[in-house]
Design a protein around this ligand. Sequence first.
Ligand SMILES: CC(C)(COP(=O)(O)OP(=O)(O)OC[C@H]1O[C@@H](n2cnc3c(N)ncnc32)[C@H](O)[C@@H]1OP(=O)(O)O)[C@@H](O)C(=O)NCCC(=O)NCCS
Length: 289
Amino acid sequence: MAPSGPSVLPAPDPLHALLASVWPRLHTAIPLAASLGADWAAMSRAFVHPPAGAPPLAHAGVLEIPMIIDGVATRVAGIHAVCTAAQARGQGHARRVLEPAIAWAQGWATTLLLHAVDPALYERFGFRAIEQWVFAADVVQPPRTRTLRLLDHRDRADVARVFAAFAGRVPVSQVLGIGEAAPLFVLDEVLACGGFGRLWWSEPLGCVVAATLEDRLLQLYDVVGPRWPALETLIAAFDGRVDRVEVFFAPDRWPEQRWTRRPCMPPDVLMVRGPFTDADVVVPPLARC
Ligand SMILES: CC(C)(COP(=O)(O)OP(=O)(O)OC[C@H]1O[C@@H](n2cnc3c(N)ncnc32)[C@H](O)[C@@H]1OP(=O)(O)O)[C@@H](O)C(=O)NCCC(=O)NCCS
């Protein structure tokens, strides 16, 4: 039977109740993503305060993001979902979970990153803000092949296609690329769209394309598959005219294009602790933590 998203939600455990009290969307996104194979508890190591027994008042999660940074395969630790219950803020609880989370992550990763609403908070913990860029180019519409179709998270075969596409995927960039991080990709898509809203499948290209096409502007968030398509081939696969492309990853795999850049303006700021690239980059939206 195809997963259709839970109509009756199971009672959230105390940690999920805390997370959902801060980010209400997580209340439905966590179980839906889990039903698709992206299990929050399996991908994120939780640091909570108090550590055991009493309901958690504060949380910091750590997940592993396989990345390519300046051509080197790197296990990056992503710190995410840092929060303190509203009634318990300003008492040092976030520090009580962040310090052990960072210490644990440093045991296996030299580079830690996160996305911050309040960068000043994380500067206290050794993180620095990194500007992110979106890359844009005007393009000439190639003859259309229209080989893309939208994937449906209620179709088990489509969900399986997404996970399969990550096996041996070509990272989108050698400057800042993402490896086999399918669960994070699915979780991010569910968080953004409440299901699969921007994921396309191309049978001939054998890849999943995360993108939107609106008013002749193609915004490309990720391309996941074992081969890297030419940009022209990708554009031709969409059923709609494209005059301009914006790429939400460093576009070094399409060097023939003349790219301009604009600051990426997400609601929050990329912050890094440890070695990182000096190049102009952006963390692809479906690899954000
Ligand atoms: C941000 C948040 C996690 C802080 O939790 P908290 O338990 O109140 O934080 P703490 O009391 O442990 O503060 C830790 C340190 O950060 C500082 N700090 C706390 N909130 C801060 C903020 N918004 N901006 C800058 N510094 C901040 C504190 O002064 C303290 O500094 P010190 O230990 O050097 O004296 C909490 O306000 C929250 O859950 N907000 C909603 C969710 C959210 O925005 N999460 C962060 C996503 S980036």
